[in-house]
Design a protein around this ligand. Structure first.
Ligand code: DON
Length: 584
């Protein structure tokens, strides 16, 4: 776990208008109904009953206090939630280089106060020179690690095009204003907090294989908490984006710098690839869960469909089983299992593969899926084929913003692993993603998240690799924004987002408890529940084992969320991790 205390201190010192950190007592934001007070297992390390940050009017939540403060700056200057989110996104690229990025991509789900909804796909695409078996060693036939580390691992970045497209369509302040806080942090520097210092230390070997070593390990020594980090190369890149918009990144000096670094290191991305990159506006996947509306991300992310299919199957079991019970875990994990089997079979880039979206999120289909699960025993993934008739034919970060008008945006962005492929573009000042690993490198071989994916997600030039990112907006029964959330964690994003929704909707928890509650994850293969140490009570663990489940201990993603409460909003990052919430 990252040290949160120093990060929280930095919020208080550096972010004007920053609100109370999670855990502070006495916030006035009681939920619309009195929250259910859960009992967590005795071995669980986070006590229930903490409070998320409260703000009456508007709020930004992210994994970095300075990035949330950048969003608040825009809100205070008269901007809307979209301006705030875009400012937060650019700022994350500066102050949170392990996951915030210009060299990656992401997704956004938007709901404007007038009821308009939109989903933006700014996922990376495979370079024009990519080939189906580029990550298979011809000598051994085995998958190589080139999809994870180094120049070949990168897809053509979509982040800058995505942030600018979001801003152009829905923002109200100028481009210069939404980039200004990030530019200031890059040019003037900011004080390194404990979270950044720790992640640099953890990934020193990766970073120092490539050009970023000089910037983050000056004189061969890792930046330490309290040091000032200035990033003049990144500041120049941001200035070019202010001046020329997408062309400031996808053409000219920045594109030349990316292509030159690719040539130097044997990568594939060319200036032509960059100039051809386009975002895709899509229609959100719209599901319902116990009378709530779930606005979620469609393919090329699997997130929305998989969250909605899993929630539909859980709903098909009837009223929620009591929180923490054997039945609730058994049903939830079985629903995740079926939804992941479908994910890995049917979902891929919709520009290339036809995805049966409506069938997968259909309630009648969920009832048929539910009937395939046995309420008394675990059914092996090997015995569960994908549910439809045969078809013819760790690093990410989430941020959410809401404003005084009722606009809301959920955005998840990533360079995949921490610091992406490790490749840092000298002269442009950012890390490149290793998103190519999200393709099926070799059918039957698990990727870095253990996902065994299908043919539909094979590498092809210009294709988007399947994602699990799940920016999601939940509306309550009266159609008002209730939750704006998302997570990091690869496939654990899907199950983490679903569990936070269930904790709030099914169990009536406060946002803090919904986020603090222990989570469990199951994706079909490997055939073991991934759960957090101390997260199951002894009797539940024993009973799950008795009906056939297996287990492994591991982390389960890291959500960031905003929740509407009486009189305003509550927001928090995962209490297991670092983050910041700013509001007013
Ligand atoms: O798009 C995806 O599903 C992955 N690239 C996300 C990676 C991720 O969440 C890593 N964070 N821990």
């Amino acid at each position: 776990m990252k040290t949160r205390i120093a990060a929280a201190l930095l919020v208080a010192v550096l972010a004007p208008g920053a609100c109370r950190a999670p855990g502070a007592a006495g916030a006035p934001g009681a939920a619309d109904r009195p929250p259910f007070a859960p009992t967590f297992p005795t071995g669980w390390r986070i006590a229930p009953g903490g409070r998320a940050t409260f703000a009456p009017r508007e709020m930004v939540a992210s994994n970095a206090p300075l990035a949330s403060a950048a969003g608040l700056e825009l809100l205070t200057a008269g901007g809307n939630a979209i301006d705030a989110a875009v400012a937060t996104g650019f700022a994350l690229a500066v102050v949170y280089p392990e996951a915030g990025n210009l060299g990656g991509g992401g997704y956004a789900v938007i709901r404007m106060a007038d009821g308009r909804t939109a989903a933006l796909d700014y996922r990376e695409v495979a370079p024009g020179g990519a080939t189906r078996n580029m990550f298979v060693d011809p000598a051994t036939g085995e998958a190589t690690d080139a999809s994870v580390i180094g120049h070949l691992a990168s897809g053509v970045p979509g982040a800058v095009a995505g942030l600018l497209a979001t801003h152009e369509r829905f923002g109200v302040r100028s481009r210069a204003e939404v980039i200004a806080p990030a530019l200031r942090y890059a040019r003037d520097g900011f004080i390194v907090d404990s979270a950044l210092a720790a992640s640099l230390r953890t990934d020193s070997a990766l970073i120092c294989r490539f050009a970023g070593c000089a910037r983050f390990f000056p004189g061969g020594r890792a930046l330490r908490m309290g040091d000032t980090l200035r990033q003049p190369e990144l500041a120049r890149t941001l200035e070019l984006i202010v001046a020329s918009g997408v062309d400031g990144f996808y053409r000219g000096p920045v594109a030349q710098a990316v292509a030159a670094e690719m040539r130097r290191g044997g990568g594939l991305i060319t200036q032509q690839d960059l100039a051809s990159y386009r975002v895709a506006w899509r229609t959100p996947v719209t599901g319902t869960y116990r009378g709530h509306t779930v606005l979620a991300m469609p393919p090329s992310s699997s997130g929305g469909i998989t969250v909605v299919e899993a929630l539909n199957i859980i709903e098909a079991f009837g009223p929620p089983a009591p929180y923490g019970s054997l039945t609730s875990f058994h049903r939830m994990l079985g629903a995740f299992q079926l939804a992941f089997i479908d994910r890995n079979e049917y979902l891929a880039d919709p520009n290339v593969i036809s995805v049966p979206v409506e069938q997968l999120i259909d309630k009648a289909y969920a009832r048929r899926q539910r009937a395939r699960l046995d309420d008394r025993r675990y059914v092996s993934t090997r015995d569960l084929a994908p549910g439809l008739a045969r078809r013819e034919g760790e690093h990410t970060t989430h941020y959410s913003a809401v404003d005084r008008y009722g606009n809301a945006i959920a955005t998840t962005t990533t360079i995949n692993s921490l610091f992406g492929s490790g490749v840092w573009v000298p002269d442009a000042g950012f890390f490149m993603n290793n998103e190519m690993d999200d393709f099926t490198a070799r059918p039957g071989t698990p990727n870095q998240f253990g996902l065994i994916q299908g043919e539909a997600n094979a590498v092809a030039p210009g294709k988007r690799m399947l994602s699990a990112m799940s920016p999601t907006i939940v509306l309550d029964q009266s159609g008002q924004v209730l939750l704006v959330l998302g997570s990091r964690g690869g496939p654990r994003i899907i199950t983490g987002v679903a569990q936070v929704i269930m904790n709030v909707v099914d169990h009536g928890m406060s946002l803090f408890d919904a986020m603090a509650a222990p989570r469990a994850h199951f994706q079909g293969f490997p055939e073991s529940i991934r759960h957090e140490a101390g997260g199951f009570s002894g009797p539940v663990l024993d009973s799950l084992a008795a009906i056939g489940w297996s287990f492994e201990v591991g982390t389960t993603g890291s959500p960031v969320a905003i929740h509407r409460v009486r009189g305003g909003w509550e927001g928090t990052w995962d209490p297991r991790d670092a983050g910041g919430v700013s509001g007013r």
